[in-house]
Design a protein around this ligand. Structure first.
Ligand code: GDD
Ligand code: MN
Length: 411
């Protein structure tokens, strides 16, 4: 039997996980965007047919002939790669890679990109948890100039379908940890855990990617030359077939990955300089915080002199009023652009609870810092207090921006 090139398997590159520039096109002229979309799979035999068919139909409608789908299967025992291969006659734009030497989601994606011919490289899960309709919005953002377009659960239109409290807590905790270790990377997108995105080849060409585990987007942002980032909201659907491969190991891998990226990209590196810190928002946040001091003092004064309430009660009550004051101004002014789409009372209340928790943590942080500065370094107590306030303000601002005023609807 003759094997023609369309149904033979792709060769797996070996060596460093590095994406090359596209070889110069001799027949230049039309500057079309050619999309290479990688679908990593492991034991997805019940999904593969479906996803290939849906994606092909969608892409044929808009960019027929200008894309390729690359299934990268890690030699699944259920022979997903074989089913994928059998689909290549029906879907000529489908290419299949069967990896037998290496394993792991992130490296699968990069090996797929190494075999890709597109100027735009994308990735989508193979289990239909990523809604295919979002694909064209991602591509449009790239066409409009973005270097990276990320499908996000945490912007307008985004959400999760029915995650347990534990899973949401873990997801959020993982993001918080990431923000602390690698703010320059995690802070650039609302959903750094997303495995659904597109990136310009030119933004990552030449960089050697070195991911551990699942979170390849961290690597793309951390090591690539990504200037303009766009985000598109999406709802992470429930799996209908097969099962997730996430285990505790993924959490360990994630921490390992964060630390390695931190150490190898450096804090004063190119990235930190590029991070566009939202200065205007920070100033508004600072001003609101300042107003809170006056509210706090005024209420404290009234409680003490008019009602003659005890010292502790007055302190707690006035601080509570100040927190409410600050929250309202921040919600209506500092973060108004974000809160606009989430105006229901229960949504505001949820933000309020998160805001209060973050502020409380900020107070504890202040206490720790002032103790360290005053008792250990023996710095003047007022200077120590000022430094503690400054650090706590930045903490409050950053964490509130990333956690309290982000949109995640359960749909
Ligand atoms: N080739 C290959 N090798 N594919 C894999 C491997 C692997 O070792 N492990 C998982 N996959 C494939 C799965 O078959 C699926 O298509 C996709 O990668 C995602 O794996 P899931 O196990 O379904 O992960 P999830 O549902 O928890 O999704 C989480 O990770 C995704 C990928 O980063 C979420 O964080 C998603 O937002 C994210 O897209
Ligand atoms: Mn999944």
């Amino acid at each position: 039997m003759k094997t023609n090139s369309s149904n033979s398997l792709l060769t797996v590159s070996t060596g460093p996980l590095k994406i090359s520039e596209l070889p110069p096109n001799p027949c230049t002229g039309n500057e079309f965007i050619h999309l290479s979309l990688v679908i990593p799979t492991y034991k997805e035999r019940d999904n593969i047919r479906n996803i290939v068919s849906i994606l092909s139909q969608l892409l044929d409608e808009s960019i027929a002939g200008n894309y390729e789908l690359i299934v990268v299967d890690d030699d699944s025992p259920d022979r997903t790669w074989e089913i994928a291969q059998s689909l290549t006659t029906e879907y000529p734009q489908l290419r299949v890679m069967r990896r037998q030497q290496e394993r792991g989601l992130s490296s699968a994606v990069i090996r797929g990109w190494q075999a890709a011919t597109g100027s735009v490289l994308g990735v989508i899960d193979g289990d239909l948890q990523h809604p295919p309709e979002v694909l064209m919005q991602l591509l449009r953002n790239i066409e409009q100039g973005a270097d990276l377009a990320v499908a996000s659960r945490h912007v307008e239109g985004g959400g999760v379908s029915s995650w347990s409290v534990v899973r949401r807590f873990l997801s959020r905790g993982a993001q918080l940890l990431g923000l602390v270790i690698l703010p320059g990377v995690l802070g650039r997108v609302s959903d750094p855990m997303s495995g659904y995105f597109m990136v310009r080849r030119s933004a990552i060409a030449g960089a050697t990617l070195n991911p551990v585990g699942y979170k390849i987007l961290l690597e793309v942002i951390g090591r690539g030359k990504v200037d303009q980032v766009a985000e598109v909201g999406y709802v992470f659907c429930e799996r209908k077939e097969g099962e997730s491969k996430v285990t505790w190991k993924q959490y360990i891998d994630y921490i390992h990955h964060l630390v390695r990226l931190r150490l190898t990209t450096g804090g004063t590196g190119r990235l930190s300089r590029k991070v566009n810190f939202p200065v205007g928002r920070f100033l508004r946040f600072g001003l609101v915080g300042f107003s809170g001091v006056f509210v706090d003092l005024t209420v404290f004064h009234l409680l003490r002199t008019v009602i003659h309430l005890g010292l502790t009660r007055s302190t707690i009550l006035s601080a509570g009023v100040a927190i409410i004051n600050n929250f309202l101004w921040n919600d209506l002014w500092t973060f108004s652009d974000i809160s606009q789409g989430q105006r229901a009372l229960h949504q505001r209340f949820k933000r309020f609870l998160k805001f209060s928790a973050v502020c409380l943590a900020g107070v504890i942080l202040q206490a720790l810092i002032i103790n360290f500065l005053y008792n250990v370094l023996e710095i003047n107590q007022y200077l120590a207090k000022l430094i503690a306030i400054a650090v706590a303000t930045i903490w409050n601002f950053w964490i509130n921006l990333k956690l309290s005023w982000r949109v995640t609807d359960v749909k």
